[in-house]
Design a protein around this ligand. Structure first.
Ligand SMILES: C[S@@+](CC[C@H](N)C(=O)[O-])C[C@H]1O[C@@H](n2cnc3c(N)ncnc32)[C@H](O)[C@@H]1O
Length: 392
């Protein structure tokens, strides 16, 4: 009965006019009973007819309500009507025995050897989770005091420079990566505008850290602009050495360099301080845990993080594709000559990158528009690379 009452209440809420009509007819039939009994009978007849139609409607509606919204009046089924759980082992394992063991025709198989081969790197959980040691900062240039000619000869003997560092002859070296160098020039222009967006109008008064600083073109560019509180962190020993070499060649003073592995869960804590501006340029897409990287970045940042990354452009989000895409990339990072770490990177596209930064705590993220004059890089122009400004 309570089920019917509940259904009637539902109908009353949904059909207030019908309920009002019933109230009017009942009142009228009572009043007319004293002054015009035939009218009272007519009212009762309309009421009876209406009630019958209403009842039929209620029954039909209740029947059509989805199971979950029906009042929970169901009683447990008697045991004999419960579905039988088979104890027949053959039937229970039928799907698993559809083909012979070793017959791979009926399924897709990935093996570590076929997918990664020699490029599989076994890494223990400790490598990621053991607390990081404090960074051993270096502020003394090992090339200090060496004659310029010797330094220049050293630089010219090296291969695969990624940037010219304002030294035109480096472009002539073997394997000079000119597309990368163009991207760095376009990026420096964008960093200038990113700093304005972030309200950093006098960079020389602020502290900076360049994360994954490579050959040090951004740190050195900051030193050229009078920034004195600037740290650089890198994993690759050869890159650290190049940073010092270029600084010596350009007679640049100031700045510390430390060796840090950004795959460590708590790497930001090992730096022992925070910075007004953190630079994560071309580095988050090298991480296998980009959101954890973003959390470290947030912890390290006092004011703004500039995050540059590969951000391939995918079609607009559609059903089930969610907000932004993370795609896998097989890559490698050099730790020192002959010591290469192969890894599977989780690369966020632009939307996903912005959301990761917000999820890590940044309150606002802006994408910097690429330059329309001066040095332009096709990657920034077509959106395959982005520079984001993440405000704390
Ligand atoms: C694509 S380069 C970008 C360099 C530079 N920031 C730029 O924007 O051109 C990535 C740099 O990150 C460094 N790197 C990659 N994985 C790292 C890690 N786990 N820890 C520290 N540095 C890392 C590499 O050695 C390399 O110098």
């Amino acid at each position: 009965m309570s089920a019917e009452l509940t259904a009637l209440k539902t109908v009353a809420r949904r059909f207030p006019l019908a309920v009002g009509g019933v109230a009017v007819l009942v009142t009228a039939s009572v009043v007319f009973a004293f002054i015009a009994p035939e009218l009272s009978l007519a009212c009762l007849a309309v009421l009876a007819g209406g009630s019958l139609v209403g009842l039929l409607l209620v029954v039909e509606r209740t029947r059509r309500l989805p199971a979950a919204s029906r009042p929970a009046t169901a009683r447990p089924l008697p045991p004999e009507t419960l579905p039988v759980v088979t104890t027949d082992r053959d039937a229970a394992t039928r799907f698993a025995t559809a083909s012979e063991a070793g017959d791979t025709e009926d399924r897709a198989v990935w093996t570590r050897d076929e997918v990664f081969g020699e490029r599989f790197c076994e890494r223990s959980l400790d490598e990621f989770c053991l607390p990081s040691e404090p960074v051993a900062w270096d502020d003394t240039n090992p090339y200090l005091g060496r004659p310029t000619d010797e330094l220049r000869a050293e630089a010219m003997s090296q291969v695969r420079w990624r940037y010219h560092h304002g030294l035109p002859e480096l472009r002539e070296t073997e394997g000079f990566y000119s597309a990368y160098s163009t991207r760095v020039d376009a990026m420096l222009d964008m960093i200038d505008r990113a700093l304005v967006i972030a309200g950093v109008t006098a960079p020389s008064d602020r502290s900076f850290v360049d994360i994954g600083a490579a050959e040090g073109y951004v740190t050195n560019w900051l030193l050229d602009r009078g920034v004195s509180d600037v740290d650089a962190i890198e994993l690759n020993i050869s890159n650290i050495s190049r940073m010092w070499l270029i600084r010596a060649l350009k007679n640049q003073k100031g700045g510390r360099i430390g060796r840090v592995d950004l795959e460590k869960a708590d790497w930001a804590r090992s730096l022992g301080r925070r910075y007004d501006v953190t630079l994560a340029l071309g580095v988050i897409y090298h991480m296998e845990n980009p959101l954890l990287f973003a959390r470290n970045l947030f912890e390290l940042t006092d004011q703004v993080a500039l995050v540059e990354s590969d951000t391939p452009v995918f079609p607009d989000n559609v059903h089930f594709r969610g907000w932004g895409n993370i795609y896998l990339h097989r890559d490698q990072v050099t730790l020192e000559p002959g010591n290469i770490r192969y890894l599977t990177e989780m690369r966020p596209d632009r939307q996903a990158l912005a959301e990761l930064l917000l999820a890590a705590g940044f309150r606002e993220v802006h994408a910097v528009v690429p330059p329309t004059e001066g040095t332009r890089s096709a990657y920034f122009d077509n959106g395959e690379k982005s520079l984001l400004v993440a405000l704390r």
